[in-house]
Design a protein around this ligand. Structure first.
Ligand code: BES
Ligand code: MN
Ligand code: ZN
Length: 513
């Protein structure tokens, strides 16, 4: 999809589909309150073209509701599509993101290949953030997970124009537009990785894809395997990969801000740690067959970090970022680890003993690879950590496919993520950590065990990770319920979501000087 930014009057734009947003300005409540849909444009010709249908009451301007008019009077456009953003007082840039996405997904199956999307004119919808959101929504909506379909029909939109009125704050619109492209392309990169099946994306291949991405985006990349895991004494990470024919990959990407000098840099060093299980069979504690195919998305945490790093390399914030990705395949095999085995995690300091872990369930493998990933990130000098992982089914049970679970040992650090969500439009709900959860993962024979019993599974998993984050300010995102959409939404395809890329990026940017 080619994108373009134009400053023009809507009525003169030649396009197959002109899209304008509409909001419901009804403020009364109650059963009798009728919706008051109104277009978010000051263009008199567009307003006149839509007047009759808006007056009919057929269209209520609910979020992502659509209404199509052919040959709209007085417009150069062949069609006019009105997309609702819901209640006017509650509409945000995220409503605009969804509306732009809805327009693209409306057009795709209808053979419409060229769209002009009018930037909303409304006091509550600032042009900069809304430009960004509109381009993001469009590019995210254009993506379909159809890589492996031989009958793949090219239904992509060829051209997407973002149309702003002449006189709109051009600098803000241009910046938002440029950032929107970067962010959406990075998120789509994450989605492509998540969509790859286990036989096409092994840890080794993930390492190659990460290195190639790093090269394009000006990041330093190091990709290690078995030998390095042994050298670093990453006993927890290795224990997961030992049952697979596929070697593990430890991927380290580094972003250094402009003018970076290791000797004088005194800013924060942010550590982005990702779970990269390219397929999770459960290991010897093997999973049931039903829906097991979805466990190809067990590397979505690492994809989120790689997507965020791609955007960081292009947006160039003034803060150092290191991403540590721990990738392995969790398989049952003659060499696989067994319940009851004891593994020694990577020691934080040379000469210190690593924590001993009793393996209760080999399917609780994400926390094992992340344990060593977090320790390594701290050892590399990270001052703040964030990890993302499809970690527990318990988190999906608790929050559904609506919110990711968020955990943190530091309120200030979590607050920064919370603020980032206003920009990203993603949802994260904070869940508790605490000593009582730690009691659940005490082992009789080792320092800790890798499962905490039936109750509070998302929290006991997070509590396990906290042992390895130590005192370093840290956030854990459990994205098990968010990384793969089971249902189609009007603005995005079902399948890999790329969840986390936008929020992690904004969290990183919140540390800029
Ligand atoms: N990858 C799974 C978690 C998961 C479940 C992700 C559903 C996406 C959707 C993880 O490795 C796992 O198997 N967790 C176990 C932990 C249990 C054995 C303590 C779980 O949640 O059942
Ligand atoms: Mn598992
Ligand atoms: Zn897993």
């Amino acid at each position: 999809m080619k994108t373009e930014l134009v400053f023009a009057n809507l009525s003169g734009i030649e396009t197959e589909l002109l899209v304008v947003t509409a909001a419901d300005s009804q403020t009364e409540k109650g059963a009798d309150a009728k919706p008051k849909p109104g277009l978010l444009t000051s263009d008199a010709i567009v307003t006149a073209a839509a007047a009759a249908v808006l007056a009919s009451g057929e269209f209520k301007a609910a979020a992502n509701e659509t209404l199509l008019l052919h040959a709209p009077a007085g417009l150069a456009a062949k069609r006019l599509l009105i997309v609702g953003v819901g209640n006017a007082a509650k509409a945000t840039q995220h409503s605009v993101r969804s509306a732009a996405g809805t327009a693209v997904r409306f057009a795709k199956p209808r053979g419409i290949r060229d769209i002009a999307f009018a930037l909303a004119e409304a006091a509550e919808l600032p042009p900069g953030p809304c430009s960004r959101a509109a381009v993001e929504g469009a590019l995210l909506a254009d993506y379909d997970p159809d890589t492996y379909r031989s009958d793949r029909k090219d239904q992509s939109i060829y051209s997407f124009k973002l149309a702003a009125l002449a006189g709109t704050d051009a600098a803000a619109v241009e910046l938002g537009y440029a950032e929107g492209i970067i962010v959406a392309e990075s998120q789509n990169f994450a989605r492509e990785l998540v969509n790859e099946p286990g036989n096409k994306l092994t840890p080794t291949i993930l390492g190659q894809r990460a290195a190639a991405m790093a090269k394009t985006n000006g990041l330093k990349a190091e990709v290690y395997s078995t030998e390095k895991l042994h050298e670093l004494k990453m006993g927890a990470f290795w224990s997961v990969s030992q049952g697979s024919e596929e070697p593990p990959a430890l991927i380290v990407l580094t972003y250094e801000p402009e003018g970076y000098d290791a000797a004088t840099y005194s800013g924060p060093v942010l550590g982005l740690v990702g779970k990269g299980i390219t397929f999770d069979t459960g290991g010897i504690s093997i999973k049931p067959a039903d829906k097991m195919e979805l466990m190809k998305y067990d590397m979505a945490g690492s994809a989120a970090m790689l997507g965020a790093m791609a955007a960081i390399g292009r947006i160039k914030p003034s803060v150092k970022v290191i991403s540590v990705i721990c990738s392995a395949e969790n398989m049952p095999d003659g060499k696989a680890q067994k319940p009851g085995d004891v593994q020694i995690a990577m020691p934080f300091k040379e000469g210190e003993p690593g924590k001993s872990i009793e393996i209760i369930n080999t399917d609780a493998e994400g926390r094992l690879v992340l344990a060593d990933g977090l320790t390594y990130a701290r050892q590399l000098g990270c001052t703040h950590l964030i990890d993302a992982a499809t970690l527990t089914g318990a988190c999906v049970v608790a929050l559904g496919p609506v919110n990711a679970g968020g955990f943190s040992n530091d309120d200030e650090t979590f607050e920064k993520l919370h603020k980032a969500l206003d920009i990203s439009g993603e949802k994260v709900w904070r869940l508790p950590l605490g000593d009582e959860y730690f009691d659940q993962i005490k082992s009789d024979i080792a320092d800790i065990k890798n499962t905490g019993g039936r109750w509070g599974g998302a929290s006991t998993a997070a509590q396990f990770l906290q042992v390895f984050a130590g005192d370093t300010p840290w956030i854990h995102l459990d994205i098990a319920g968010m990384a793969w959409y089971e249902d189609t939404k009007p603005f995005i395809a079902k399948g890999p979501s790329g969840f986390g890329v936008r929020s992690i990026l904004e969290w990183v940017r919140s540390y800029e000087k």
